[in-house]
Design a protein. Structure first.
Length: 104
């Protein structure tokens, strides 16, 4: 079983992604809403999965965070603007390290 602090961080991360999607939508980006909702829901799905099978949940979350990191790197290189891609990349990498630390 994962520690409750790890689960809390992962839930907050998922909610943060969803909130970011809504904020991007308010600025006129439908793709931000779709991607924010989608990735946030997938993170919350991984948290839910990890309550039943911690290893499977962490593997799912690790793979998801690798894909999100690649996406944020691509957007950061394309726009060369730290906000929001760079900030999301840093947060996603921190969550990736957390998942890997709990997985090993």
């Amino acid at each position: 079983m994962l520690m409750s602090s790890t689960l809390l961080i992962l839930v907050l991360y998922g909610l943060f992604l969803i909130l970011g999607g809504f904020l991007g939508f308010r600025k006129g980006s439908k793709i931000s809403l779709i991607m924010g909702l989608g990735s946030g829901i997938l993170v919350l799905l991984g948290v839910w999965l990890s309550t039943f099978n911690p290893r499977a949940g962490l593997i799912f979350l690790t793979c998801l965070n690798v894909l999100l990191s690649l996406s944020f790197i691509s957007r950061l290189v394309k726009t060369r603007a730290f906000m929001p891609s760079g900030m999301l990349l840093l947060i996603t990498l921190a969550v990736l390290v957390l998942c890997l630390r709990n997985l090993i």
